[in-house]
Design a binder for this molecule. Sequence first.
Ligand SMILES: C[S@@+](CC[C@H](N)C(=O)[O-])C[C@H]1O[C@@H](n2cnc3c(N)ncnc32)[C@H](O)[C@@H]1O
Length: 251
Amino acid sequence: MSDERDSQINAYWESYTTTSMNDTYVATLETEMLARYIHPDDRILDLGCGDGTGSLGYRKICPHYAGLDRSLKMLKVFSEREPGLPLARCDLRFLPISPHQALPFTVVITQRSLINLPDSESQEAVLRQLPAFLRPGGRLLLCEAFRDGAENINALRTQFGYKAIPARWHNVHLERALTERVLAGEMDLAAEEDLSMYFFLTRVVKQLINGDVALGWDDPFNKMAFELARSPHSPRFKGYSHISLQVWVKR
Ligand SMILES: C[S@@+](CC[C@H](N)C(=O)[O-])C[C@H]1O[C@@H](n2cnc3c(N)ncnc32)[C@H](O)[C@@H]1O
């Protein structure tokens, strides 16, 4: 079952019509969130780099970047857009390193890539390898979808008579308890941020005002939510967003 599901996920990411992220507001908010934890002299390894959409913003401040992805199609689009970048094909479950190798990276990023592994066992196995990629003081930036944030938004939606939004068929949302159990022995959770303002507005308030409209991203309401989410004057609250960034620092 897991193998069959994995080949379906693989076919999805190899398809001509698939892109890393359609919602450019979310992609921009993610990249701005990641950029807050990246310095110009960092050396970044992006695991599951896709077609490069999610890294566009932070690569402007830090050019030392390498990406790995399993999908030939996504890598092809990325390398055609930006020739010369060090990109390589690799399944995250078979990372080509030994824990004793000296690695040059100060930052490792997963941006909605672990959620594309077929089950939580694979997520755990990949997470276990990640601290070995970093020197002491290095940062692991997990920008993934987490189950609890999705549940909080869905509790609000269902209270007001709107359907819960399920995880997409090819995604397994991460459990917060899993990242803590696997990483806390070697790393400290230094910061957490999410996109609560954007998702609270577009997944709950938008429906309360307009009725059960489609979730589509490209409309004036979403633009307003995007502007509010990135304003430094907006209130900050957490927990109402499936997408969260966990910043883990290696001891
Ligand atoms: C949602 S996209 C995100 C891409 C990029 N991180 C971004 O934010 O623009 C997920 C990516 O994970 C890749 N992926 C899925 N399973 C993978 C695996 N087992 N090993 C490596 N990459 C994988 C897909 O090919 C896809 O490019």
